[in-house]
Ligand binder design. Structure first.
Ligand code: NAP
Ligand code: G3P
Length: 471
């Protein structure tokens, strides 16, 4: 497979390539253009030069044009799913579901864009007379969208479509692992006859072109999803830019009672091990008391032991991690816990980038696994003495993305939820970003600003007021 970058409506072939490795067999899955500084500059210039006329295009006309693009994505769902599977080792069914979920997001984006109604004020609320102010939402200009490897369609198009439908133009940088599908979608945009320059795809390794793209003077807004490290780096080098950052997580599952253990265990195992734990919203620690843990852990254990491990094409539950370096990092967290007397109840074995689903009991706060984001198939059980201690440990983390609270007593769960410092608390459900219409945010190291459909539309637009004075 070979896909080229897209700049100003044209495929770019500079005869420099970035090979994308299939994490399942370490073979070359395909290659994309490795862009140089000159091409990157031309991508931003194309976005700038096309922005004004794109913004002047009527909203409903923009939607008609973008719907052609959206429909081509739907038509190519099987090819997109296949590419995703090959480059990020996500189960084929999960890949297809990610595309379907994103098509719904796009359709909802079109509808919500029609409801960015202007704000009308007269000033009478402050005793002012003879004024009518109309404050509309207008495009910010040129948007840099940067997406992570784990949801290469959803977390890319959740930025790109809100940006485009509101009259912004886009320079999109997919993750290296995710570049094949990102560049393929770029080629579909040409087939969809998007106006030249409004949507540009720049491919290349982040460590080589990342700073170059993030500091380009044409950028009016950055929408980034990725790791804390890169997100904080962006805050430094692009400090003058307006941005939304969706970063890492260490979502706790807090279990308050033993009233519905099988249900709790199902949610916890699915939340922790879905896509092999490579989800920002994965459940990354269980916080509970000994009394509950003594009954809950054996049920979780049975479910973890039953998780299938194998090939993405067979929709195995646990598939190879994105690369060996990431897998070794996860193993390091497990070994650190084991070295400090944690109990490995299941798993822990690693072969290249294939890590068994791993359940670790008796994890305490001296261990790295209690605090660091594994981004892999491991679940630590942390036993604490009281709800107060559970809340304390839950909040001590540098992250603050989501949390889950499980318990029959909803009032008690709400009281705990209100004390948790994070973006969203799920009561009696695993943490998850979807549905995509929900506001999605993290605090502390988990991010800055808010994603979600309406929130993405608002973050990529600004107020433009026109005030009529009359006598
Ligand atoms: P990552 O390594 O931070 O990469 C994210 C994106 O940033 C990729 O496109 C990467 O390109 C690019 N990048 C790398 N260096 C850059 C630089 N100097 N300037 C600009 N961009 C640069 O993250 P990942 O491994 O793809 O994704 C996993 C991480 O993302 C986890 O920490 C996870 O928690 C987080 N995540 C958060 C959310 C959320 O919504 N909160 C969702 C998904 C993932 P390359 O791939 O070419 O390096
Ligand atoms: O980590 C990416 C995030 O978007 C996960 O989405 O809905 O599976 O929690 P979701």
């Amino acid at each position: 497979m070979e896909f080229k970058s897209v700049i100003n409506g044209k495929k770019i072939d500079n005869n420099q390539w970035l090979e994308i490795i299939n994490p399942t067999n370490f073979k070359i899955a395909g290659r994309v253009t490795a862009l140089d500084a000159k091409s990157i500059e031309s991508a931003f210039k194309s976005a700038r030069n096309s922005q004004e006329s794109w913004e002047e295009t009527k909203l409903l006309d923009r939607i008609v044009i973008l719907k052609n693009f959206r429909d081509l994505i739907e038509t190519n769902i099987e090819k997109i799913s296949e590419i995703m599977m090959l480059e990020i080792a996500k189960g084929l069914k999960d890949c297809r579901n990610e595309v379907l979920r994103t098509l719904e997001l796009i359709d909802y984006t079109f509808e919500e864009a029609k409801r960015l109604n202007p704000l009308a004020l007269t000033g009478e609320e402050l005793g002012v007379e003879n004024k009518i102010g109309v404050f509309s939402r207008v495009a910010k200009g040129v948007v840099l969208a940067i997406s992570p490897f784990n949801y290469p369609v959803n977390l890319a198009l959740a930025k790109i479509f809100p940006a485009l439908v509101t009259g912004n133009t886009v320079v999109f940088k997919p993750a290296t692992a995710g570049s094949l599908v990102g560049a393929f979608i770029g080629e579909l945009s040409i087939e969809a006859k998007l106006p030249n320059g409004i949507f540009n795809v720049v491919t290349g390794r982040g460590r080589e072109i990342g700073d170059l793209i993030s500091t380009n003077k044409e950028i009016d807004f950055i929408s980034f999803t990725g790791s804390v490290g890169i997100g904080n780096h962006l805050k430094q080098i692009a400090s003058t830019k307006d941005m939304v950052l969706e970063l890492g997580g260490k979502d706790p599952a807090i279990v308050l009672d033993d009233e519905n253990l099988d249900f709790y265990a199902n949610e916890i195992v699915n939340g922790a091990f879905g896509y092999s734990g490579q989800r920002c919203t994965a459940i990354k620690r269980v916080l509970t008391t000994d009394k509950v843990a003594d009954q809950l852990v054996p049920i979780i254990l049975r479910k973890v032991q039953a998780l299938s491990m194998g090939e993405p094409k067979d929709d195995a539950f646990i598939t190879p991690l994105i690369d060996e370096k990431s897998a070794l990092f996860v193993k390091g967290l497990i070994d650190d816990a084991k070295g400090k007397k944690a109990l490995i109840l299941h798993g822990g074995a690693l072969v290249k980038n294939r890590l068994q689903p791993t359940l670790v009991d008796n994890v305490d706060t001296t261990m790295r696994l209690a605090w660091e984001e594994p981004f892999g198939p491991v679940l630590p059980i942390i036993r604490l003495r009281s709800n107060d201690e559970i809340i304390k440990v839950a909040n001590e983390t540098d992250f603050g993305l989501q949390a889950s609270v499980f318990g029959r007593d909803i009032l008690a769960a709400i009281k705990v939820a209100k004390k948790l410092k994070c973006g969203t608390v799920n009561i009696n459900g695993k943490s998850q970003r979807g549905p995509d219409s929900f506001p999605f945010s993290g605090i502390k190291d988990s991010g800055m600003g808010v994603q979600g459909v309406r929130e993405a539309l608002l973050s990529m637009t600004r107020y433009k007021g026109i005030v009529l004075n009359y006598n």
